[in-house]
Design a protein around this ligand. Structure first.
Ligand code: AMP
Ligand code: MG
Length: 401
């Protein structure tokens, strides 16, 4: 099978993916989930004219410099002043308090002098000053968060302000994760002399959780067809099975043969990308199977390119991975037939933010990845680029947060 482009591979993977069902969850537990329905405001915000400052509610026309006003009461956040302001009168007011009837401005306390209940105007104030109109932020019935929006901190704040304590979200896809390799031990175990710690399983699980999925770590299977098949049985009810390693078609690469016996139908298994050529995608019953290369950086970049959109599609999440356009701080050579994802750093260059590639692009280097700010994406056969040329960039702090 020849190489297929990243774009084609992603499109083939997403073909026929349907959204999971919806469920209601407390807003406090909704982080990372995707809204299944539009959310409309259940109230006006603010629900009344509100003071934006601490000071005195006044009639603007009563505030020439040096005027004296009579304080007739107080309004605090949570308790309004019941009366109406008349000529020459003022009400002491605090941030968030309802503005009394009759008042049309807030004289901030820094511009007022107080002598008992007599308040001196030190600076005039214009009508409307420091008053938030009712529904200034949003109005009851307004749809402010749409289906497909992933719930993060801002969405949580807004949903809460709209008074939604329970929100409708898509069910979490179950993502089973199987690491393969004789050389691997779980983090915290003591590796033998020829062994290394399996970092990919926990890393991919972390990404799954960040994407709103349910991660099921199936641990490590040794390089043996039966062992891989047995371990993969733990994914029978999963929406997605991620198998890491054993896909580069060396002597010990057994994932495809092991799963073929279970009924795996391979859709594609070589993608024109660097790192990450040996990505495999197929189906095993109702489970979608994604084979990722074992090299830790390759595994994460391929998970970013394939697993994240797959989980997103199952949740009906809007939007793909955001990219920015930034100038290069240093030249880059022409690209071969595989799309490149280059680890890079943000730098100041000629007075603006630019990117420059990390010296080491070896796809086993997790410390380099952790030090990197971005991935520069370069299309297959792109010509050599000079300093100042603009390239598309993925921000790693967002993409692999
Ligand atoms: P493979 O794709 O199995 O040929 O593995 C390629 C490289 O990635 C080898 O150096 C493996 O030791 C390494 N590797 C495979 N799986 C993992 C893992 N779960 N964690 C860390 N490194 C891995
Ligand atoms: Mg291996």
């Amino acid at each position: 099978m020849s190489l297929i482009s990243v774009e084609d591979a992603v499109a083939r993977m997403l073909k026929g993916v349907t959204r999971l069902g919806e469920e209601s969850v407390p807003l406090t537990e909704a982080r990372g989930r995707v809204l299944a329905r539009d959310l409309a405001a259940r109230r006006n915000q603010p629900p009344f004219r509100a003071s934006a400052m601490d000071g005195y509610a006044v009639r603007a026309q009563d505030t020439p410099s040096g005027a004296w006003l009579r304080q007739i009461g107080e309004a605090r956040a949570g308790s309004h002043f019941a009366g109406t302001l008349g000529m020459g009168e003022t009400v002491r007011i605090f941030t968030g308090a309802p503005v009394p009837d009759g008042a049309d401005a807030i004289l901030i306390q820094e511009n007022a002098g107080a002598d008992g209940d007599r308040i001196e105007v030190l600076e005039p104030v214009a009508a409307g000053r420091h008053i938030r109109a009712a529904a200034f932020d949003f109005r009851e019935g307004e749809t402010l968060l749409h289906a497909g929006r992933r719930i993060g901190t801002r969405e949580t704040a807004l949903a809460a302000a709209m008074n939604h304590a329970i929100v409708p979200v898509r069910q979490r896809p179950i993502v089973a994760i199987l690491s393969t390799g004789d050389e691997l031990v779980e983090p915290g175990e003591e590796p033998g002399p020829d062994q290394i710690v399996s970092s990919n399983g926990v890393a991919i699980a972390s990404m799954v959780v960040a994407c709103g999925g349910l991660a099921r770590d199936l641990g490590v299977a040794v390089d043996d067809k039966q062992a891989i098949a047995d371990a993969a049985a733990g994914a029978a009810d999963a929406d997605i099975l991620v198998v890491i390693g054993g896909a580069s078609v060396g002597d010990h690469d057994l994932v495809q043969p092991a799963l073929a016996e279970q009924g795996l139908k391979v859709d594609f298994w070589r993608v024109a990308m660097r790192p990450g050529k040996p990505v495999m995608f197929g189906t095993l019953g109702r489970t979608r199977v994604l084979g990722l290369p074992g090299n830790p950086v390759s595994a994460l970049i391929c998970a970013l390119v394939f697993l994240k959109p797959l989980i997103g599609a199952m949740q009906g999440a809007e939007g793909g991975e955001p990219t920015r356009l930034l100038p290069l701080a240093a030249a880059l050579p022409e690209v071969g037939n595989r799309q490149q994802y280059l680890r890079a750093r943000f730098v100041e260059w000629q007075g603006r933010t630019a990117v420059t590639v990390a010296d080491e692009q070896d796809s086993s280097l997790l410390a380099t990845l952790a030090r990197s700010d971005a991935l520069i994406i370069r299309s297959p056969f792109a010509p050599a680029a000079r300093a100042g040329d603009v390239v598309a960039v993925i921000d790693l702090a967002q993409a692999l947060s």
